[in-house]
Write a protein that binds this ligand. Sequence first.
Ligand code: UDP
Length: 240
Amino acid sequence: MRTDVLGVAFDNVTMDEAVDWALAMLEEDGPHLVVTPNPEIVQRAAKDPEFAGILSKADLVIPDGIGVVYAAKILGRPLKGRVPGIDFASALLERAAGTGRRLFLLGAAPGVAEQAAVNLRAAYPGLAVCGTHDGYFKEDGPVVDAIRESGADIVFVCLGFPKQEKWIAAHGEAAGARLYIGLGGSLDVFAGKVERAPESFQKLGLEWLYRLAKEPSRIGRMAKLPLFLVSALGARLKGA
Ligand code: UDP
């Protein structure tokens, strides 16, 4: 049974369970979709039925942000914890490296996915990165062909939401991989272009604050976060 948080149904999984599920998906024909909603994604889904439909049909829905975990708590149906998309991706690669599974990186500015590939190969010896493509393409066909021809099993799709999830829903089958994960800005982090918060901030659930300090222009996006928690409280009081 999934846990509803303001219209998006989450799988109540720990990091290890999420990785186990993803590895199991690699044993079956695809396409499988893993999504990592944060509060912004939940808010977007409430206004975008197509996006909400894709999220509801995803094979694994993991709570990316601390805001989702707080909202679930406010709603009276706590989740086991936060499973940040980027940590999930790293944990998956750790276990998939050396198994012969092939990874394709799609997204971000030109050059970023290539740099991410170099860094990931160094971090996970034996990892087979079979291809990369930037996220600023005009035609889908050549990208689908590139993924198919690479023989990828796993594709990290990092085009920002809801574009990445819609792209996977539209092209995942044709591109032939078994597992697609929508991972937002993760390639920028893997490439070393964007720094993650120090672990102490992550442990305190304050990664968002660190990110805001580094990129103050995000204030508009983040200002919606308190409203998200207020919506959760409103829903609780209405008995949702
Ligand atoms: N991006 C892309 N193609 C686009 C729009 C965005 O590849 O058409 C990339 C962008 O370069 C960035 C990522 O998608 O690497 C979105 O990052 P953001 O930090 O906004 O996503 P979040 O992690 O917050 O979902």
